[in-house]
Design a protein around this ligand. Structure first.
Ligand code: F6P
Length: 362
């Protein structure tokens, strides 16, 4: 087996910075270690269907600033629960042995998996079956444990903050309540950080269930002191105390089929009904996942890619690169996937936000 032939895949939802990781792996892998890098097409699907392409230096030229992933991605194709059709009937099969065969056929000595929680769980299962794997954490949600931050988060934050800035002026002109619903699944990182950066008056987080009455009280209080508009940032996973998250739809994604969305409109309707103040809702959606990565994300993604290929060169396996105390380190994938990283309602940043008058509606 050629020890220097490695496979790279991007799995799960895309996010800005994936191409910067791929670029760092290919550049350093080829020029420093003399490796051959094989890109798997559309995440684990490429391993299941043996669909790949060799990545040369010319293939990664100019991709640093591009959002998305040049390799394609998928959040449907889990080799341990693969959906197939047999005589028109849908079946779920374990095709992990086929993946092992394809890894052999491609003569890959290691895999680098760039993914979030779902993709890294699959990576860990493949590692347990003997595949040497190094993981790279990505997600705009920033909800992966064992790393202080994931790339993609900063770019999403910049997008959300810019949107809040734009809504501020129109909210002020029309004396309205403006609600901005942001992504993040069951973690409120995008909402909390963009809310603080954008000067929101209320931030609603999944980690701190809210009360509609308390939200309305804050809006009315502002009104009574002459602040005739309010900005409310709502995480898609936020919910009213005693109630549950608002599900937008159930999709064909075996590991995480629930798609959240709709809480912004619910809160908006209630505020308008209870306060009589005109309210408008903006749902940012996938805008937060697209576009060119921020400088911060380009640098973090490059550092992650560089460390991942270095780890492979040193024949390390079962680990994920991570950011800790401003340094890139490695942690066991097993540890990183134990539980998601949520906001601690007692944390310093929450207290600071409260101290400057932000309400969490609780
Ligand atoms: O995990 C990233 C994320 O963008 C979440 O913030 C969001 O809930 C979800 O993915 C949306 O998934 P999809 O692209 O399948 O609609």
């Amino acid at each position: 087996m050629n020890n220097k032939r490695i496979g790279v895949l991007t799995g799960g939802g895309d996010c800005p910075g994936l191409n910067a990781v791929i670029r760092a792996i290919v550049k350093q892998g080829i020029t420093e270690y003399g490796m051959e890098i094989t890109g798997l097409i559309d995440g684990y699907k490429g391993l299941i269907e043996n669909n790949s392409k060799v990545l040369r230096l010319k293939d990664i030229s100019g991709i640093l600033t591009r959002g998305g992933t040049i390799l394609g991605t998928s959040n449907r194709d889990n080799p341990f629960q693969y959906q197939t059709e047999n005589n028109g009937k849908k079946e779920i099969k374990d095709v992990s042995e086929q993946v092992l065969e394809n890894i052999k056929k491609l003569n890959l000595s290691s895999l680098i998996v760039i993914g979030g929680d779902g993709s890294l769980k699959i990576a860990n299962e493949l590692y347990k079956k003997g595949v040497p794997i190094v993981g790279v954490p990505k997600t705009i949600d920033n909800d992966l444990s064992c790393t202080e931050i994931t790339f993609g988060f900063d770019t999403a934050l910049v997008t959300a903050t810019e949107a809040i800035d734009k809504l501020h002026s129109t909210a002020e002109s029309h004396h309205r309540v403006m609600i901005v619903e942001v992504m993040g699944r069951n973690a409120g990182w995008i909402a909390l950080h963009s809310g603080i950066a954008g000067g929101a008056d209320l931030i609603l987080l999944p980690e701190m269930p809210f009360s509609i009455d308390k939200i309305c009280k804050k809006v009315i209080e502002r009104h009574s002191i002459g602040k005739k508009f309010s900005i409310v940032v709502v995480a898609e996973g936020a919910y009213e105390a005693g109630s549950s998250v608002v599900v937008k739809k159930i999709v064909n994604d075996i590991s995480m089929p629930v798609r959240l969305g709709g809480i912004g409109n619910r809160v908006g309707d209630e505020i308008e009904k209870k306060t009589g103040i005109e309210t408008r809702v903006t749902v940012l959606g996938h805008l937060q996942r697209g576009g060119t990565p921020s400088a911060f994300d380009r640098i973090l993604a490059t550092r992650f890619g560089s460390m991942a290929v270095k780890m492979v060169n040193e024949e390390k396996s079962g680990i994920m690169v991570a950011l800790k105390n401003a340094e890139i380190v490695s942690v066991p994938i097993e540890e990183a996937i134990q539980k998601p990283k949520y906001i601690d309602p007692e944390s310093q940043i929450i207290n600071i936000a409260r101290s400057i008058g932000i309400s969490f509606g609780n």
